[in-house]
Design a protein around this ligand. Structure first.
Ligand code: SF4
Length: 230
């Protein structure tokens, strides 16, 4: 439906799709049933891990996540929610859409602001009863936490920078290999690894002003010029 009205004139959902194009929703405890019943498959989800820098929709700032945030993926190369049907300007899971989508009123954001950071669903809620898989996730989290990444990145400016760099590169290698291993040896769908292990560190490290560069068989960490952070 064409939307010719200004934001000030809107007092009901006119299905303009603006909210669905700004990124998929974060999931809450109330959405557990959607996962458990297979109405939303885990291949459509990704995890922002505790401590990872993430865009806060309410404050509009990039801040560290206070816990896991499970989100619905965007379409490749865009923020638009994977369940949004652009030509029809419609949600393809409308009757089963998550809590945030049900309570969001773009003309009055008080309710979404009240709920936004509460009762967030985490990987522990969804996967901790799956023996073996949860141990893998827990081990990955211990070895690759954002607390550790932050600490090592800060050390790059100090006397122990060589040790810190070595540890970061080993961490990125492990983070990459565990994804490949769960797919190749564990037979898991490659589309679910960003839900199980969060976004690859070799990508998220861009938010800290660094990127990986391959040189022969080895990787180097280089600084991204100011203003070009991912
Ligand atoms: S789940 Fe549906 S309503 Fe929610 S953001 Fe995606 S397309 Fe929009």
């Amino acid at each position: 439906m064409p939307n010719n009205r200004s934001a000030a004139e809107i007092s009901e959902c006119i299905r303009c799709g603006t909210c669905c194009k700004k990124g998929g929703p974060s999931l809450h405890h109330e959405d557990t049933v959607l996962i458990e019943k297979g109405l939303i498959l885990s291949k459509y989800l990704f995890t922002i891990r505790e401590g990872e820098m993430s865009y806060d929709n309410v404050t509009g700032q990039l801040i560290p996540a206070s816990s896991d945030i499970i989100k619905i993926k965007g379409r490749k190369g865009s923020l638009t929610c994977v369940f949004f049907n652009e030509p029809e300007s419609a949600c393809t899971i409308y009757d089963k859409r998550p809590l945030e989508c049900r309570i969001l009123e773009c003309w009055d954001t008080r309710e979404i602001e009240r709920v936004y950071a509460k009762t967030r669903l985490t990987r522990k809620h969804l996967v901790s009863t799956i023996a073996g898989l949860w141990d893998l996730i827990d081990d990955h989290q211990a070895r690759c936490s954002y607390e550790k990444i932050n600490r090592l990145l800060k050390m790059l400016g100090g006397d122990n920078k060589d040790d810190a760099l070595k540890e970061i590169l080993e961490m990125i290698q492990y983070d990459t290999q565990i994804r490949e291993m769960t797919v190749q040896k564990g037979g898991l769908d490659p589309d679910i690894v960003d839900f199980l292990f969060g976004r690859p560190i070799k990508e998220t490290i861009g938010m800290y002003g660094f990127k990986l560069k391959k040189q022969g068989d080895a990787y180097r960490l280089i600084t991204i010029p100011t203003g070009q952070n991912l």
